[in-house]
Unconditional design. Sequence first.
Length: 428
Amino acid sequence: MIRSSAKFALQRGYVQFFFSNIAQQGIAFLTVLAIAKILPEAEFAHVRIAQAYLAVLLIVGAAGVTAPILRYSADQGLGPLEKQRLFGHGLKIAMTASMLLMIATFAAIALRFPSASTERMVFLGYAAQLPALVALSISLVYLQGLQQFKQLALSQFALKLIALLGLVGGAYFFGLPGLVGAALAVAVFSALAMLMVAPPALARTRPSFLPTDFNSLARYSVIGMLLSALGQSSDLILLDALSVDKNAIGSYSLATVFLVAASALVGTAQSVATPAFTALMQNPALFRRRLRIWSFGMFAAGIVAAGGLLAAAWILKLWFFGARYAEFPALLSLLMIKFTLWSTYAIGGAALVGIGAIKKGSYIAAITTVLAFAASYPLIKAFGVWGAASAQVVVAVATFFLVWWVIRSELQLLESRHTPTPNQGAVE
């Protein structure tokens, strides 16, 4: 059975996709470490804060269409052309929304920073990436839904290598302005490259076969994902809003880079799990069994990853950064507690998306986002970056209980839908 499962994973590209994603995240991790080494701590903090705001804008700019695109590109009841037309329809909606949002963001930045400054330059440069990043994200989830994992693995790996050369080169030769310009160029190039790999079928009118829940899935998705992104970015947003020392934010930002690197392991597993659980909706027993096995495996992998990254952080502090970013290994220790907790329920969250339980996911995101800001504000006010790290742990504990409570109720509902009544069994 193990041999057949391994063969199936190789044939579908799961193994290639998994290891490619690990390699990609390794390259991305090295890219950020190199940038942190090149830039002063305060400038690195400016970049990370801008990226935190951009992560929130990206959710709004995508207009929620990533969820229905992922859901229906994995649907075996639709043909290839129908899926391609749904992709094109979703892309048109998202590009319109992202362009309007980019213009509004430019205006907001001009109001906040009326005169030329480093922060204004960084924020404008990262906001300009929005339409390209939206197109890129939708292209990636489209291929993910089609389960074209080999193609995804190859193209994303190549793009990460280009980003490494472009971003590090820009920062090394031209400092912070070079990094901002290179980031915009890489985003545009990546989006165009992925649209060539996965070309949409564009039409002036909406597809006649558009699923009835396409818009509702998008609506609940954008709400849930926006709330989730706000919760995840709450630390850097509040650190910026409360004017915490930028050098301290630099140390905290570097610790969050290690957290993102650890999260790549979970994100890769979620990418494979979401469409896989969609395909298991008709078999609740197998759905439950796979969820249990994958969740235990993810937890074990999370513990190993956390330990390895903590060891790497202390080594890099001693031999690479020296006296700079003084507090980041200790801050990372707190953030790894959050990551370990997340690894226990991440697969369950992917399973909820896979079966279309978007509404309950939105409720969880709303609760945890409110908690993130409610806990972070007083803790950051009192303890600065240490308060931000502590708040992350508090939110992870609450999310653990909420997600598993929802998963349990959804599994019971799924089983009740596919369990025949005694009368049905007698007729059959």
